[in-house]
Design a protein around this ligand. Structure first.
Ligand code: SF4
Length: 425
């Protein structure tokens, strides 16, 4: 099979739309990586004990002496409307900020319970800003399971920040999406070597480094799940650079090339900057290709990374995507990815869990990418699985991580082969 021909893409492939039972985390999960990224931020979930447990479980063993997330627990009397939840929230925030002068950004994060009792956190943020700005900037966004899934929490968080960004006076490139610091540094270094004069990141590591935005701003997404943030930036006049996402050697090269073309970087400079890291990435990928090549792949909808990952695994690792599920299909953002995804993969938007599990059983793929809730039962049935959540907790972007990204998928197959007493490669 030749995978390079554009006519083999999925641009015009039919998409199955499903509505039904879902098995996906809510948007609160994003706090786990966002609080690591934004070093002077605090995330205050206004929710129930269930929300607090979810955060604690998702954060795993990361217990800090001074944590930067917490839950203002709505008790029964709040939920029954017997207490003034706004007054209690104001008191909790005042107590927190007095104790923690290091906090410069406070995010009030909505949950299912706060939505059910119709607690208006945006108004609460306005009220609290009147008290605590300029030392602390207060934002509100929803991480509720009623209207967000998993990675959408980052999107609603960043989208809430965009209206408060200062107007840009200079033309800058904005890279959008929370990247681990080491990956952000690699990205900044590549863009600097290409000769880009000014590059900023959203979210910034600290509030005083927040980017400005305006009609001179060009932005490029580093994560595929940021549709609301992209729309908010466009409302501020910024223009999006369309590109596949920087996963693998090919994805990273096409992402950088899209930027290079906009900024008029010469072909010679591009080649000189990218040749060595491309070669390193290809070499790192080759170590996993033997395990992954020809193996079938099924992706349940979970992180919104599914389409770029299926493209990477098909084109650079030789895997054969069967069904590629995604919670949402943002056609404009995904267009460059769909054009590269090999035809033959079946695309599904949304989820009807039972029906999807039946299709999965019929296909019986070699590797399944899914959420934590599905992984254990599927493993028990004999399927090799990869937890989608690892894809947001592990550095996977750009050239130097290409091998690690492939390794996330080859490891379960290798482990299985070892347990069976054979060899996967
Ligand atoms: S926001 Fe909703 S789905 Fe998420 S932990 Fe809280 S109650 Fe559960």
């Amino acid at each position: 099979m030749t995978l390079d021909s554009p006519k083999l893409g999925c641009t015009d492939s039919p998409v199955r739309h499903e509505r039904g039972q879902k098995a996906v985390f809510c948007g609160l999960t994003g706090i786990v990586w966002l609080h690591r990224k934004m070093q002077d931020a605090f995330f205050l979930v206004v929710g129930s004990r269930t929300c607090a447990h979810l955060l604690q479980a998702a954060a795993g063993v990361m217990i800090f002496a001074e944590p930067r997330f917490g839950t203002a627990v709505l008790e029964e009397q709040d939920l029954a409307g017997l207490a003034d939840a706004n007054a209690e929230l104001d008191r909790e925030v005042a107590r927190l900020l007095e104790r923690r002068p290091d906090i410069r950004q406070l995010f009030l994060v909505g949950s299912c319970p706060s939505e059910v009792i119709k607690l208006d956190l945006e108004r609460a943020a306005e009220r609290l800003n009147a008290h605590h700005a300029p030392h602390v900037r207060v934002y509100a966004y929803s991480g509720s399971g009623l209207d967000t899934t998993f990675t959408q929490g980052e999107d609603t968080c960043l989208a809430a920040m965009v209206p408060t960004l200062k107007p840009a006076e200079t033309a800058e490139l904005l890279v959008v999406g929370a990247l681990p610091d080491v990956v952000e540094d690699q990205c900044a270094s590549l863009l600097a070597q290409l000769g880009l004069p000014s590059v900023r990141f959203l979210p910034a590591r600290r509030s005083d480094a927040a980017p400005a935005v305006g009609p001179n701003t060009r932005f490029i997404l580093a994560q595929p799940f940021l549709g609301d943030t992209a729309a908010a930036l466009e409302r501020r006049g910024a223009k999006r650079i369309a590109a596949p996402f920087p996963f693998g050697e090919e994805g990273t090269t096409l992402w950088l090339k899209a930027v290079a073309d906009v900024y008029g970087v010469s072909a010679e400079t591009f080649e000189a900057v990218t040749a060595a890291p491309r070669a390193r990435a290809k070499k790192a990928l080759a170590a996993h290709r033997g395990t992954l090549e020809g193996r079938s792949l099924f992706l349940f909808p979970d992180s919104q990374l599914e389409i770029p990952l299926a493209r990477f695994l098909a084109r650079e690792c030789g895997m054969v995507p069967t069904e590629v599920g995604t919670p949402f299909l943002h056609r404009a953002i995904m267009a460059p990815e769909l054009a590269l995804l090999p035809a033959g993969a079946s695309l599904t938007e949304g989820q009807d869990l039972e029906a999807q599990l039946e299709r999965h059983a019929a296909i019986n793929p070699d590797l399944t990418v899914c959420g934590l809730g599905l992984a254990n039962p599927l493993e028990a049935q004999g399927h090799a699985t990869k937890w989608a959540i690892e894809l947001v907790f592990t550095p996977i972007h750009f050239y130097e991580q290409a091998g690690d990204l492939a390794g996330l998928f080859s490891r379960p197959l290798r482990r299985r082969a070892l347990l069976a007493g054979g060899s996967a490669a």
